[in-house]
Design a protein around this ligand. Structure first.
Ligand code: THU
Length: 142
């Protein structure tokens, strides 16, 4: 992935933190998912008074994309931290989101960009964050 694309994804994820609905945790997360078509599907976390219906930013982005017909993806950028944090920490996807990502990507290729800022980021493959993941391939065969 070229540096310009990485920067666009990170800027989108950082901007999406503004849309976060997180009155209970005050932890605002934004995500920017790059489809195989080059389109970016954005997402934020959406909390709920009953807590468990909360949707993470990553899943919001994936569910938006799949519901709009996109099922192939190249990368996702994630930026998260307390609402008024001056410096963000690296926010890695939760276990549920890793499993949702597993459903739609090749874990060896798909890039997960964890960003603290446009300049500070780390890139992992899904395989690095979800080793020996269970996926659709496990259900194939006789
Ligand atoms: N959250 C995300 O949206 N993505 C992550 O990668 C980690 C956690 C959200 C869920 C909840 O709204 C808040 O952050 C605190 O857990």
């Amino acid at each position: 992935m070229d540096e310009k694309t990485i920067q666009t994804l990170i800027e989108t994820a950082l901007a999406m933190r503004q849309r976060s609905y997180a009155p209970y945790s005050n932890f605002h997360v934004g995500a920017a998912l790059l489809g195989a078509d080059g389109r970016i599907y954005s997402g934020c976390n959406i909390e709920n008074a009953a807590f468990t219906p909360t949707n993470c930013a990553e899943r919001t982005a994936f569910f938006k994309a799949v519901s709009e017909g996109q099922r192939e993806f190249q990368a996702i950028a994630i930026a998260g931290g307390k609402k008024d944090a001056v410096t963000l920490e690296y926010c890695a996807p939760c276990g549920v989101c890793r499993q949702v990502i597993m459903e739609f990507v090749n874990p060896q290729n798909f890039q997960i960009i964890l960003a603290r800022s446009a300049r500070e980021y780390q890139i992992f493959t899904l395989e690095q964050l979800l080793p020996h993941g269970f996926g659709a391939g496990n259900l194939e065969g006789e």
